[in-house]
Each structure stands twice: as C-alpha cells, then as structure tokens.
Design a protein around this ligand. Sequence first.
Ligand code: SF4
Ligand code: SF4
Length: 300
Amino acid sequence: MKQLVIVSGKGGTGKTSLVASFAHLASHHSPRVRAAFADADVDAANLELVLAPDRRESHEFWGKSVAEIDPHRCEGCGICHNVCRFDAVLGPPAQGDSIFYRVDPLACEGCAACFYQCPVQAIRMVPQLAGQWFYSETPYGPLFHAALRPAQENSGKLVSLVKQQALRHAENAGYNLLIVDGPPGIGCPAISAVSGADLVLIVAEPSVAGIHDLHLVLELTMHFHILTLVCINKADIHPQGAAQIESFCAEHDIKVVGSIPFDPSVSEAITRGLPVTVFRPSSPASQHIERIWQRLLPML
Ligand code: SF4
Ligand code: SF4
C-alpha cells in the first residue's frame, strides 16, 4: 500500500482541487491503480464537497478529558485552584454562592492535577466529544473524513485515526494506493498526515509568503526523510515568484513536477461539486493536472 500525501504551507493553495482531480484520474484513467482517499484536513475538511460522498458510517471521536467539580461534594478548600497551572479553576466564589469552585472547560488542559489533589474526591475527569469521523463511498473510491467540533483540540490525533481507518479499509479491500488531502502548515496534524507517506507533493503558490511556507514544509518532510516533490499552482499569475520557487527547488535538489495555470474552471468545478478534470477535462488546469498525475504514477 503506497501513500501519496498532498500538503501545502497554508490553506487556499488549491490542494483539495488537485486531490479531487487525482481521485478522478486514479479511478477512471489509471488501470494499475486502485485508490482510496483520506481527508486529513480535519479542521476544515472540504474534500467531500467535490467527491459527492455517500456516507456509510459515522463514528464519535472523543478528545481530551476535562475536570468537573461536584458542587455537592466540594468543601471549598481551594487546593484545586492553587494547583491548576492553567488558571482553569475559577474561584474563590463570592459570599453566598452555592457553588464553591468551578472549572472553565475551555481553559482546562485535562492534566488531572486537581483530580489527584482534591481531598474529598469532588472532581472527576469527563471525556469530551471532540468530533466525528466518517467512512463514505464516492464515485472514485472510498473516502475517510472527519469533522472536528469548534474549539476542540487533538486534530493530530483525529488525523491519525482517519488515516488508520482508511489504511485498514484499503488494505482489507485490496486497494494499492491511499491519497491523502493533508492539512496546511507544519503542526501536529501535518506531522500525522505525512507520517508513513511514500511520497509528499507540496502545492506551492508563487508569492513571497508561498516560498516561505514551502521552505517550512520542506523542512518537515526532509526531517522525516520522505521523498518530496513540488507543484506550483497559479504559476502564471506571478511568473517571477514561480521562477523563484523553481530555482529554490533546484538549489535544494527538489523536483518540480509541474505547474498549473490560473483557470476559472477550477472554481466553477468546485461550485458544481466536481473535480475540474470531470467538469472540464480539456481546460488548461485539467490538462496540466493530468500531466502532473502521469509524472507521479511511476513513483506510486
Ligand atoms: S480541591 Fe476539591 S474540595 Fe477543595 S475546592 Fe477543589 S473541588 Fe473543592
Ligand atoms: S485538569 Fe489540570 S488544567 Fe484542568 S482544571 Fe484540573 S488542574 Fe487545571
């Protein structure tokens, strides 16, 4: 089972449009490939918007536990307030307040220091429902994706879970490629997404910020010794920036596998909920994406 992970330094680079087109090209124009898909951008999952998924399974994702104080047991000693390094225990209360101390669930980091220190066992750790993950079938193959609830953390853990489920399903069902729509940036979710990848494709934008972001993502993939390629999206909008990316990649021995011109067909395809290679196969963007896909195939 090979893993192709598509990432970018920031959101909005056209990564998901590219993944959706790869899904179409893999399933309809690549006889050797049987691909499954994972949307690892769990903070802003949107691959489902262009792959028309038919949801088959939904599962809860439980994140960290948060402390909760039982007001009937609390004796108001203030120990929890003093041991909390995150100022998550609110108190002491105003006189006459029936609740001695309480925990701000948004500030609580779940370290459980208060839980262990409370002399009367008035504190319990309550697991938080942080989101859901899904298995869907699409016209291009199975898709594993997720939705993190607002203000929830642990997106790296959820990315790992989505990838694990996708890999398990793909291996059991005889697929030979997992294509992952990775999250932007270089944080925990990105590390989870590229972990175990055979090939990472970075989608870069030809701007000063784009080059800076590219540099950061490259540091991440180099650190994990993952074969990394680059493609430049909307390369014709800022040819100088595209040339800078190409010379930067040449200096660092990174292959630029292709570039994609600005093409209004891409946003029209998103509006219709289709990969651009399905919506308008002869458009300039579709043709360039197909060329990139053909160059990737021998490495997968
Ligand atoms: S440590 Fe326990 S008893 Fe003391 S204030 Fe906190 S919850 Fe109440
Ligand atoms: S679990 Fe840790 S962070 Fe949360 S209230 Fe208790 S001491 Fe503070």
